[in-house]
Write a protein that binds this ligand. Sequence first.
Ligand SMILES: Nc1ncnc2c1ncn2[C@@H]1O[C@H](COP(=O)(O)OP(=O)(O)OP(=O)(O)O)[C@@H](O)[C@H]1O
Length: 347
Amino acid sequence: MLKSSSWSSLHAQLHITLRQRQLLPRSQRLLVAVSGGQDSLCLAKLLLDLQLKWNWHLGIAHCDHRWRSDSEANANHVEALAKIWQLPFYKQTADRLLNSEAAAREWRYRALSAIAEQNDFHYIVTGHTASDRAETLLYNLIRGSGADGLQSLTWQRPLTDYLQLVRPLLQFTRAQTGQFCQEMQLPIWEDSTNQDLKYARNRIRHNIIPYLQQNFNPQVEQALAQTAELLQAEVEYLEDAARQLLLQALEGGSGVEDLDLQSSIPNCLNRIVLRTAPLALQRRVMRQFIQQTLAIAPSFDQVEKLTALIAAPNRSRTDPFPGGAIAQVDRDRICLKVNTKNDLHPK
Ligand SMILES: Nc1ncnc2c1ncn2[C@@H]1O[C@H](COP(=O)(O)OP(=O)(O)OP(=O)(O)O)[C@@H](O)[C@H]1O
């Protein structure tokens, strides 16, 4: 039933992208995450056909969330395909109820990482497409995300020190992967929850994107994916510049000895160093500072209040952060203190 190999424009485009972006080096062991849907089937087939050229060793991984009544049949379907393709198959089955999309995703990445570690794979490859990228961008835009959320879905990111997540299909739309599956006669497993409009993602996919395609731009998915691509490089640049500025502000901040915070991380920033920086960097420095010192992801309001301290009068302070820490101006410094009941300066 499966059509044997034939070279298509998707094969050619992927081959070029892999070379240009150096996403999946030659001779590596690649663990391909296959749900059974059209995107990951397209991915598995393309990598299989390119395998000889790149001398990879492929394995297929499937995660059974046990969310749907047909989830076991879905897993068996993927296993049968792996057998036809003569590839090793690995499966993880959830042993507890995953009651949200986010919980399922988190479990899936942990399960995939565990399979990779146990079987000596250094790359996990997923079938995310330009359509996923466009939907994620819109989803985050609606929630009020900044550029970091809008850069949505990078080509690769490290999962651990020795494990990379790679998304080589980001240039293709879902329409293209669908057509490819049809041409190659790949048996797609239809996930019934993909049609369920109670999920925001599905409403974006089935309502908003078609509306935008019909009324504004037929190529809206590619256009939004392109925006994400541009933002990705800009975010990388700004984050890097902010990291350097944060280091300068911390070095010039000293005075940790004044604080009763039991931590080896410096907790004061030199605000003179920050004063002349552009607002875009000030905000990022503050966000990184909070992430590093308090290990929380601060909200927009929290970053704004902290940023305002750069130019605020002496002794100005923020509201408590989760966990009770506050930030307060101490002449040329902004200091974080955990115990909000005591004064910042021990007398
Ligand atoms: N059950 C599964 N088993 C193995 N791989 C999966 C499974 N579900 C999804 N994947 C992988 O993840 C890719 C993206 O899937 P999908 O868009 O459904 O997930 P998502 O939850 O939106 O993912 P993400 O949070 O990474 O964006 C698929 O192309 C496939 O490679």
